[in-house]
Each structure stands twice: as C-alpha cells, then as structure tokens.
Design a protein around this ligand. Sequence first.
Ligand code: FE2
Length: 402
Amino acid sequence: MVGAVQYLRVPVNNVLHPRGASGWIVGGETTDGACSFHGALAFFIRSGFLVMRDEREMTMTATVLIVGADPLNRNCADWEAILQNQGYEVIAARGGEIALAICPHLQPDLVLLNDLLPDIHGFEICRRLKADPRNRLTPVVLLKASGDSSDVSRGFEAGADDFWEHAPTPGEALGRVHSLLQLKTYIDEQAESVIFSLAHSIETQDPGGGGHCSRVSNYAVRFGKSLDLSQDDLDALKIGGLIHDIGKIGVPNTILSKPGPLDSEEIKIVEQHPILGEQICAPLKSLRHVLPIIRHHHERMDGSGYPDGLQGEHIPLTVRILQIVDICDALTSDRSYRKGLSLSRALIVLFEEADRGWLDEGLVSQFASLVVGSENSVALGNRGRPQPSDVAKNGVGAIRSV
Ligand SMILES: [Fe+2]
C-alpha cells in the first residue's frame, strides 16, 4: 500500500490546542471553524493558513470525516470514540467551511454530514463535495435528526449516498458504515482497474509506444532508488510511469500517430492530456500521490512547459525524474516518423534539453551516470556528458533492457 504524505491547508485563527498524546484540536475564536485531528500530524502556520503534513503510514484503515457538532443527536466525541474503537481514522470538523477546505485533500473514505451546521446547510456542502472530482467517489451520509420527508429527496438530489432520518443505534450505524466502506473499496478497485486498462490500451494503440510505460515505470524506480528516494516516492514513480499519459484517451489517434509535426490546433489538443489525466485519476484516493506526475510531466525547468508553467524546484522531484526517463525511452524507441536513437545520442539530447533550461541538469548527469554505469559502455566526458565519439559506437536498447 502506498504510504501517505499529504498536505492540508486550512484557514484558522492561529489557535492550537494539544489534545492528549495523539491528537490536536485546531480552533479559532469561535467554535464554528473548530476541527480536531487525530494521528501523527505535524503542522505549522503560514500566511494565516494551517498547513499540516500528515506522515501517517497509509494502511487499509479507512478515514471517516464527521462534519457537524452534534450528528445523530449524540455527542460528537462519542461518535469519534465509537468509530476509532473500530479502527477507523476519524477527523471531526465542526463547520461546513472547514470541511469543504480539507475534504479534497484528505479524500476521506466516508463523510458523516450533519445537516444542521452553523455556517452552511448540509445539502449545500454535499452538493459542493460531490462536484469536486477528488470527492466524487466518497460516500456522503446525511444525518438529520428530524424534518419532513421531502428532505430525503432533497438530500439524494444533493448527491448523498445515504440519508439517516433518525438516529440509529451504534450497532446499526456501524453496520451501515461497514457496508458503505465495503462498497467504496469495491468501486475504487474497479475504477483503478479501468484506469490501468485504459492506460495499457492507449499504449498499445501507439505504433511506436508498445511497452514504453512499463519501461518508464521500471527505470524511473531504479533511478529513484539510486537517489535514495522514499518508498512513497518510489511507489508514485512506479504507478506514474504506467499511467502518466492516461489523458491521451482524449487525444484522437490521428493526432497521436500523425507522421510529422503537429499544427497549432493539434498541439493545443495534445497539451490538454495532463489535465484530463489528472481529472480521470483524481477521484481515487490511492492515486493522489501520482497526480503531480500526471499533471506536470510536461513542465520545463525554465517555466516554458505546460499546463501550469511551473519552474525549477516547483516541479516535484518525482516529476523531474520521470521526465528524463520518459524522454530517454521515447528517444530510443522507434516512432512512425523516425528510427530510435542510440542511448548515447539520446543522452546528448537530454543534456541539450537541460542546456535549454527544460530539464534538471543535475538529474540528467546522475541519470547518465546510472545508465552508463549499468552498461559500462559509454565513456563520460565533462560534467558526465557522453563523448561525441561514443555516439557511433553504442546501439539502441541499453535503457530498454531494464
Ligand atoms: Fe505525456
């Protein structure tokens, strides 16, 4: 299972209260925006926002977000305790605004949403949560202690997955929670399977791209290991290598396989694929650490890339690593419009792209050392660059054999 390192950015009034040995209460001047967090959370205040780095190892433990001060006519802390005793990770948000702020980043496995909140009505929160791709697959249970029957249809219209009109017993509620979480797990597994199948299908349709993603995945992990990256980052590289181009599902095959350069309209279409790929994968919590790789794998160090024009180290390290491996494999592979280059020639192109300000030069040097070290066949020159005389001596395939 992929380990979790996530950042939550939540508006608060800079008041932190320790909550025993394992959690914290974060609150402001009123209780409206109060939110409690359990688990090993490190956080700091920046520009009026609470920034939390969650270093918990992500296991199969489900995360439940309770929104509302008094769901199910019970004390909120009781429900936290009941669910925690079942092994769930529980986060309680007292108000709607703070729930909307943390939910897209937290991607809880279940939201228990009280409709009577101090700031926003539960129906509206449900609607806004479901409108965000990152929470689209998250089951939301609306809790309403009293009210007319028309609220049930309004709740389902807002996107709620279940509507509890009357407070169930703890045993009944836990049964419903277990069922919803089982269904969520099943849906996630099916969706993930579809995404990997789609990625494989796209790859096989590319005349010159067969096996490209698998090679990129394998070699990106190997490169990452040589840089002593964490297991989280290695997992992201492994999955990112396989599905980083999933957004190409939205690019017509006539463009993907077009021999020769693309025109400006075709380029615009191609440049949408990282955004579409992110949208496809965003609902899956298990893929959230891969999203930066999917969205940013065409950024350039000088900011001239797409879709966001990120510069330098604003481009995540895993992205810069995958870019180099991705480009190298593409260069050494046969395409419809050219034959694959030799590894030595590909490394020269990578250094040229670093000189232009597109790739991370330090990483290109380390990559070249890794490749050459493994092959022991290309002499390195100044700053780890292949000598021109080596270009003619070495064939295609060194990187593809890994
Ligand atoms: Fe791409």
